[in-house]
Write a protein that binds this ligand. Structure first.
Ligand code: SF4
Length: 760
């Protein structure tokens, strides 16, 4: 923090709003933000900022943001309350439900949790105290198919190879729009600049997408593809490489991989000719794509949300990395590489390369029998778990920074189910479509009053970096840090009542983490006592104590004095480096990064191989009859559901429109600017039509996260720009069979014009 001449102060911090981790320079006037710009000295983003970054100013000042606990009174209205009263209500209503059945309490975590240091570090403490298996999150409407395929291939759900964007020569990209997102499972601030730089050095960008997205417009080549058929196309590329003798992982990768022959055999039916009609891409084009991929000196295949949120999401995610192996591009410069984050020894370089792998399906959902994945159940089954009586029925819900009523499938059903809960508590900054059902809402501080470190997202960054931001502003009176709120909730869950000793719970959390470190052979503090390490971390408490421990025992850490040859990272070092510390380009990490039981890359894991027959059968099965299908779309000025109350992001022409190809507009008599009814098995919505040839014929697109026109919310700007809730149309019964992830791309729908009523 530094003072400027006019009494203003400058604060440098990382933007917490999306995966890109951009550095921001804030000019502060008292308690408010005067201006925001990109931090030109940030080691990673180098001054880049997107419109959402500027919107932090409005988020901080938003009069609709909750600043005190709210309790629902008998007449259904929310009334401000003190924290002690709020926790007394929580204790008196939640504890009896927990005492009767731990499974009766479910938890839902929204996407922002991945960006919140407090929640990343203390969420597990609460979950342990609750002891429920009914955990749900936005991950099963997003990236779990990719994390699952990576866990099966490489050992853990965070061992995810990402494009080495700054050194590659060729990117084949499916279902991703980094010009709007700035990367997802590919943290890459200024993705456009990085892709342009690649093209300027002679590289090529090929985009496969049912929409001509912003990224597709920048690309050398764009191919429309029928939604839900990425796995077919990817298998055909594998087929060409295998059949034409172009599959060449190289000696090193071949020695590291198991299952190469199985992959070759599995690819046999998926010739370009067999998949061409299914995908809508001609066979010679598929062959050319494969040839160019094989011929590029350094190439990478990258798939994101469009490849995950579809019928064959895990297969498509797997095939992306199979192609990276077959072309010799896994774990090499310019290919798909494994980042090395700074926090935590489990992410560290060096042996062991053999691990326990990851087990899925350790328990099943009660009603539909859907398998557990990474400790969670698919959110597509949350409504039925609330509705269906019997032992284990969900009777209470805790939500953190989430709005599943507009962001998960068949949201109309979930909306009704939430109204039936016996008790609901939400930790959130808004009264939104979901939290309006809560009995108690606990506010979280403004992002500018929180410290920040991207524990999760640096694990997927295109360059190894570390950046810590202290709070830019002092805490608001009577609005505690979120980790304190989480620990108080943990106290209730553990039976300690509404006023548990937070300092004690925090020390227990620290001791548990230290205990794990000192008993791990690879940790630099292995063999030390818990007391010694606890002493060395003083006087820090809370998330800073845990983060310091993770940084110092991490791969670049000072090891509490045990390491003298590396960058010597610690929280103190990061506090001295306001613009972050650059830890260098991605480096090859195999075999050390592997955690599979075999110590190899498992190219043909059994759960994935078992699903290939379903894909093969779909080559000849009719798909969706004659129905058009619905897909989503990412927008630069939106991030899921929660930024629509910020005027700077919603101003201008309506963005939540239904994209319709001109041929389909003719066919269904839809008119640009007029309304259309869109109907699926689960419901119907009305949306404004935008006729555009940027969408494939037979496909329509609505962005998700909208639909702010329901009663009982307190988001005035969003209510004036409501948009349409596309998840009314998403079907909770349509899932990727392997992962249980929801199908949000490729939903069969019917279209009809909404005709203005004739004047009476
Ligand atoms: S790209 Fe993401 S991290 Fe960067 S400024 Fe925009 S919202 Fe913030």
């Amino acid at each position: 923090m530094s003072a400027t001449g006019n009494g203003h102060r400058t604060a440098i911090r990382t933007c917490p709003l999306c995966e890109a981790t951009c550095g921001l320079e804030l000019t502060l006037a008292g308690d408010q933000v005067a201006s925001i710009r990109g931090d030109r000295d940030d080691v990673f983003s180098k001054g880049f900022i997107c419109p959402k970054g500027y919107a932090l100013k409005e988020l901080h000042a938003d009069p609709d943001r909750i600043r005190t606990p709210l309790i629902r009174r008998g007449d259904g209205t929310f009334e401000p309350a003190g924290w002690d009263e709020a926790f007394e209500v929580i204790d008196s209503r939640l504890s009896p439900i927990l005492a009767a059945d731990r499974e009766a309490v479910a938890v839902y975590l929204g996407n922002p949790n991945a960006h919140l240091l407090d929640n990343m570090l203390y969420g597990k403490v609460l979950l342990r105290a609750l002891g429920t298996r009914n955990l749900y999150s936005a991950s099963t409407v997003d990236q779990f198919p990719k994390q699952m395929s990576c866990a099966l291939m490489f050992g853990t759900g965070t061992t995810v190879p990402v494009p080495d964007l700054d050194r590659t020569d060729h990117v084949l990209m499916l279902g991703a729009n980094p010009l709007a997102s700035n990367g997802s499972l590919m943290t890459s601030p200024d993705a456009r600049g990085r892709l342009r730089a690649m093209r300027q050095r002679g590289g090529k960008l090929v985009v496969i997408d049912p929409r001509r997205s912003r990224t597709a417009e920048e690309a050398d080549e764009h191919h429309f593809i029928r939604p839900g058929t990425d796995a077919h196309l990817l298998f055909a590329l594998v087929n060409v490489l295998v059949e034409e003798g172009l599959a060449d992982p190289g000696e090193r990768l071949e020695a590291l991989c198991d299952g190469l022959e199985t992959v070759r055999a599995l690819a046999a039916p998926f010739t370009p000719e067999a998949v061409a009609d299914v995908c809508g891409i001609e066979a010679p084009e598929i062959r050319r794509m494969a040839h160019e991929l094989a011929a590029a000196p350094r190439a990478v295949v990258y798939g994101r949300i469009g490849t995950c949120t579809q019928e064959f999401g895990t297969l498509a995610s797997w095939l992306v990395d199979v192609l990276n192996v077959l072309t010799g591009n896994l774990d090499r410069e310019g290919g798909a590489m494994f980042p090395l984050g700074a926090a935590g020894h489990s992410n560290a370089a060096g042996p062991p390369s053999r691990g326990r792998g990851t087990t899925f399906g350790r328990w099943q959902s009660r009603v539909r029998g859907l398998g557990e994945i990474f400790g969670e159940l698919p959110v597509a089954c949350l409504a039925e778990e609330i509705e269906t009586p019997g032992e284990g029925q969900v009777r209470a819900l805790i939500t953190f920074a989430g709005n599943p009523v507009v962001s998960t499938p068949n949201s109309g059903r979930l909306d009704s189910a939430l109204a039936e809960l016996e008790f609901m508590v939400s930790v959130d900054v808004y009264v939104n479509e979901t939290t309006r059902h809560a009995d108690v809402i606990l506010p979280a501080p403004s992002p500018l009053r929180r410290s920040h470190y991207d524990l999760a997202l640096y694990l997927f960054a295109v360059r190894n970096v570390a950046n810590y931001s202290p709070p830019a502003l002092a805490p608001e009176p009577d609005l505690p840090d979120e980790w304190i709120t989480i620990l108080r909730l943990s106290g209730v869950a553990a039976g300690l009542g509404p006023n548990a000793d937070v300092a004690r719970l925090d020390e227990q959390a620290a001791r548990a983490l230290i205990q794990r470190e000192v008993s791990t052979a690879e940790s630099p503090v292995s063999g030390r006592t818990v007391e010694e390490v606890l002493e060395a971390l003083q006087p820090r408490v809370g998330p800073e104590r845990l983060l310091d421990l993770m940084l110092r025992t991490g791969p670049y850490g000072d090891g509490f004095g045990a390491r003298t040859d590396g960058p010597g990272l610690s929280l103190a070092a990061l506090e001295q480096a306001a613009h972050g510390i650059d830890l260098g380009p991605l480096r090859p990490r195999l075999p050390d990064a592997l955690r599979t039981p075999s110590g190899k890359v498992e190219l043909a894991p059994e759960p994935i191989v078992a699903d290939v027959e379903r894909l093969r059968a779909s080559l000849t099965a009719p798909r969706n009859g004659d129905h058009p299908v619905l897909v989503g779309r990412r927008q630069l000025r939106s991030n899921n559901s929660w930024m629509h109350n910020l005027p700077v992001l919603v101003k201008g022409k309506p963005r939540c429109t239904l994209h319709v190809h001109p041929d389909d507009a003719d066919r269904y008599e839809l008119v640009d600017g007029a309304d259309a009814e869109v109907r699926s098995r689960t419901g119907a919505v009305v949306a404004q039509v935008e006729v555009t040839d940027a969408i494939m014929p037979g496909v329509v697109s609505l962005p998700h996260g909208w639909g702010h026109d329901v009663a009982g919310t307190q988001q005035r700007v969003a209510a004036d720009h409501p948009g349409t809730n596309s998840n009314v149309l998403a079907d909770e019964l349509l899932l990727d069979a392997v992962s249980g992830n929801a199908v949000l791309n490729g939903i069969p729908v019917e279209l009809a014009p909404v005709r203005a009523a004739a004047p009476a």
